[in-house]
Design a protein around this ligand. Structure first.
Ligand code: FAD
Ligand code: FES
Ligand code: MG
Length: 279
């Protein structure tokens, strides 16, 4: 059982939870994640490790409440407990030094990119972060990013803040092949695929942090199988980060859609249970 120490709402459906987790706090690295179960009858879901605090022996996760289990998680209040928090899981993000690095994130991916971008900077790189949101009011972690990278630029779909467009269009608006040696991208699958395709001939390394369905997080169940080049990989133990130019994003999208009908049914039940389902 892990106690919720603090809760903050970052956006209409995005929440930050600080959770007591002394052993994870001591060991985690940027790019790794935890698998949590909010309640004893919940499914397991993976969430990225975003920050930690040694004095408070805590970790921080950021959750976008999009379905049944994420909604159960954000219903927790300080003093409540999550029944399981397992981690740190996965490999740490790939690092380099002395390079110009671009970190690109969309939506709640901005939370994952924060520790990765900070780690790149601490390793001695010049870091540009390109972050995307649907509109100004949905931008998250702006203050934290500002102090963690050299150059922070935002793109919004409706143009209400920063560049009008998506993060790939933002990159293409000011950068050219050769400007960056290394990139890291996280966000919706079509966005990661588009970034991979657009930078394939840029002579740079581009890493993508993937989001397949995970169940056990130990490489046993096969749920998170992805194809990278001609190799089968398990994102929970071999990833979640892989060479973006080699990932089969179409297969990833197909596999992530596999349970959609069931997920929608469970979500409708949840909304009904908490009294938002109408008469
Ligand atoms: P559902 O309605 O069950 O599913 C909605 C969609 O979420 C599905 O269509 C599927 O694409 C995805 N999903 C569902 N179950 C899982 C699962 N067990 N594992 C992975 N994806 C699933 N989200 C955040 O908000 N913050 C994070 O920091 C974050 N980090 C992640 C790190 C990793 C390594 C991965 C793989 C995913 C991460 N996610 C994160 C996504 C998050 O795990 C899903 O949004 C969550 O599992 C959805 O569960 P649900 O029951 O609320 O929604
Ligand atoms: Fe089961 Fe990765 S989550 S193999
Ligand atoms: Mg679910």
């Amino acid at each position: 059982m892990n106690k919720v120490l603090a809760k903050k709402q970052l956006g209409p459906e995005v929440f930050q939870l600080e959770i007591e987790a002394p052993r994870i706090q001591k060991r985690w690295k940027a790019g790794q994640f935890v698998i949590i179960r909010p309640n004893s009858n919940s499914e397991r879901i993976p969430l990225t490790l975003v920050q930690s605090d040694a004095d408070r022996e805590s970790i921080t996760i950021v959750i976008q409440a999009i379905g049944n289990t994420t909604k159960e998680t954000v219903e927790k209040e300080p003093g409540d407990f999550l029944v399981d928090v397992v981690g740190p899981l996965g490999e740490a993000a790939s690092m380099c030094e002395g390079q110009r690095v671009v970190c690109m994130a969309g939506g709640v991916g901005v939370a994952e990119v924060l520790p990765v971008a900070s780690a790149f900077r601490e390793a001695g790189n010049h870091v540009t972060a390109l972050c995307g949101a649907r509109s100004d009011g949905l931008r998250i972690l702006d203050a934290e990013l500002k102090t963690s990278v050299d150059d922070l630029r935002w793109a919004t779909d409706d143009g209400s803040f920063g560049f009008h467009g998506n993060v790939l269009q933002l990159l293409q608006s000011f950068a050219q092949p050769g400007d960056f040696g290394v990139g890291h991208v996280i966000g919706p699958i079509p966005m990661m695929k588009a970034v991979a395709n657009a930078t394939r001939d840029w002579g740079m390394k581009m890493y993508a942090s993937l989001n397949p369905v995970m169940i056990d997080g130990t490489g046993m169940c096969g749920g998170c199988r992805v194809t990278v080049g001609d190799k089968v990989k398990f994102a929970c133990v071999d990833g979640p980060e892989f060479d973006a130019h080699l990932v089969d994003f179409d297969e990833l999208a197909r596999r992530n859609r596999a349970y959609r009908e069931m997920e929608q049914r469970v979500l409708a039940d949840h909304v009904c249970r908490i009294g938002l389902g109408g008469a």
